[in-house]
Write a protein that binds this ligand. Structure first.
Ligand code: CTP
Length: 130
């Protein structure tokens, strides 16, 4: 039995999010998703998400191929989360390519190609410009 873990904000949920979660789930038997907290997102991207963390978690948790969600409170805790959930495979989008190779001593690290032409930032920009 293989456990896959992945992380993200998943704000203004879109098809790129569905695609990466589906592909991550196909790599193992159980999929665990770390949802960035509102505060972590602020420190990472300089803005709060549109959807609050509990709502973002409810949406991701509602997908049938997601087994468990938890809040990711700090980027520095990745190793601890991987160990806590006994993850065999870490999946990240290829916007993070190479950045988590240092985890390969405790799990397999797999970067999946991002879905082209869609991102939360772009959706927010389009809505704001109308
Ligand atoms: N992702 C993806 N394809 C996209 C957008 C996101 O595969 N077109 C993946 C990211 O690589 C990440 C996960 O979805 O593994 C969550 O990404 P997140 O940062 O929450 O979404 P983005 O749309 O990239 O958000 P933003 O524009 O705010 O950076």
């Amino acid at each position: 039995m293989k456990t896959v873990i992945t992380f993200g904000t998943f704000d203004v949920f879109h098809v790129g999010h569905v695609n990466i979660l589906q592909r991550a789930a196909m790599l193992g038997d159980t999929l665990i998703v770390g949802i960035s907290t509102d505060e972590l997102n602020y420190s990472k991207k300089g803005r709060y998400p549109i959807y609050k963390q509990l709502d973002r978690m409810k949406i991701v948790n509602g997908l049938r191929y997601v087994n468990l969600c938890f809040f990711e409170e700090s980027l520095e805790l990745k190793r601890e989360y991987i160990e806590r959930y006994n993850a065999d495979i870490l999946v990240m989008g290829d916007d993070w390519a190479g950045k988590f190779d240092c985890m390969s001593d405790i799990c397999e690290v797999n970067y999946l190609e991002r879905t082209p032409s869609v991102s939360t930032t772009e959706i927010i920009e389009v809505i704001n410009s109308e």
